[in-house]
Ligand binder design. Structure first.
Ligand code: NAD
Ligand code: ZN
Length: 351
């Protein structure tokens, strides 16, 4: 069994990978409330012992990832008789995580929770770091806080029922953390991605390596005030693509494309050689399918990019490679020159 101590601004907490089914069942027996993605419940109701009266169901829909929904979860947890000292269990993907992080942080000013992430994106990336991000009206991921679970259990078996698109979405975040963590991490992910589809053990290894790399960043910057900004590599462009396509592109796939755009700009500014850019481009392209390239209006993309939280009045502040395997926050003037570079990328590669 693999385990990690995850860093936060307070105590460390434990993550374990691939435990026996009865360990999970004991946990489910001991709790009064289980908040679970209803699709996951349907798929796994025969594999784990879920008692009906404990269940609080989540619709994993982006438009329902709201403070109102988090408050509904608080109410349901209270109605299950959960008190200040009790611990609840949550099971699902990133949407479930964002809702439960927020709900558990405010109910009784904080109750303990154990987290079983079920998507690759949540297992390899978002399950650690303790962040919640809820949508409010038309603002995306605007309400949130930090409130890590007491323990995380990553069961890689959950991935057997995940769609190919959701697997590729998770690979986007795995790519991100490896490509920003040095030459050795970059080279290792290049190799692992060649074989992960044929060998399940490679997937568990990629998940654990991604978590270790992110954990190193959390150790230095648990509250996202400096170094952790690097984890935003690919995200300014990714978020802008998500917005411009009305969220038709899943988060990690938009991030995959965002990484390629960031690398292209780095290549144009001589931070990457053409050979380095093309090597990464080929790796990134292997994680994309034809139907990922959803048509959008370039002006909508720019408009969304201009709203990025990292920008200042004159500059797009973007996380861009400054060398192969290394990224940094870099200002780019909000002018025609910069914007025509973005346009050039789409002309050449977005098809
Ligand atoms: N808080 C953070 O640190 C953080 C980081 C990244 C992303 N996010 C958020 O996470 C969300 C995306 O999360 P996601 O991609 O993990 O998934 P999700 O929660 O959106 O779920 C995606 C789909 O997969 C289904 N599903 C979940 N587990 C399954 C399984 N094992 N088998 C079959 N289907 C399963 C869900 O029901 C849903 O239909 C976004 O809202 C994003 O903003 C949060
Ligand atoms: Zn992300």
């Amino acid at each position: 069994m693999n385990r990690l101590d995850i860093f936060s601004d307070k105590d460390t907490y434990e993550l374990v990978l691939d435990v026996e089914t009865n360990v999970v069942n004991d946990l489910l027996k001991d709790t009064k409330a289980i908040v679970i993605d209803k699709n996951v419940l349907e798929l796994y109701k025969n594999q784990y012992c879920f008692e009906d009266e404990k269940l609080i169901l989540i619709d994993a829909l982006e438009w329902k990832k709201t403070p109102e929904e988090a408050l509904r979860i608080c109410e349901e947890i209270m109605l299950k008789g959960v008190k200040r000292k009790d611990k609840i269990v949550a099971i699902g993907g990133g949407i479930t995580q964002d809702l439960v992080t927020f709900a558990t942080s405010v109910l009784y000013r904080g109750i303990k929770w154990v987290w079983l992430p079920t998507t690759l994106l949540a297992q390899a990336d978002s399950c650690i770091g303790g962040k919640s991000s809820l949508n409010y009206k038309s603002w995306k991921n605007i309400i949130g806080n930090f409130y890590p679970p007491e323990k995380i259990i990553v069961q890689s078996d959950f991935l057997n029922t995940l769609s190919d698109k959701d697997i590729r979405s998770g690979i986007g975040e795995i790519l991100k953390v490896h490509l920003l963590s040095g030459v050795a991490a970059t080279e290792s992910i290049v190799e692992q991605l060649k074989t992960y589809k044929d060998d399940q053990s490679i997937m568990s290894e990629m998940i654990l390596n991604s978590l270790k790399l992110k954990n190193k960043i959390l150790e230095i910057d648990p509250l996202d005030q400096g170094l952790r900004l690097k984890m935003n590599y690919g995200h300014s462009f990714g978020h802008a693509l998500e917005a411009a396509t009305n969220f038709a592109i899943p988060h990690g796939i938009a991030v995959t494309i965002g990484l390629d755009i960031a690398n292209y700009i780095a290549f144009k500014y001589n931070h990457l050689t053409e050979a380095e850019f093309l090597k990464l481009h080929s790796l990134i392209s292997d994680n994309l399918e034809q139907d990922d390239f959803v048509v959008f209006e370039f002006k909508d993309f720019l408009e969304a990019l201009q709203k990025d939280k990292k920008n200042d009045a004159q500059n797009y502040n973007l996380i861009i490679p400054v060398a192969y395997g290394e990224v940094a926050l870099t200002p780019f003037k909000m002018d025609q020159n910069t914007e025509s570079l973005f346009h050039e990328y789409f002309e050449h590669f977005y098809q």
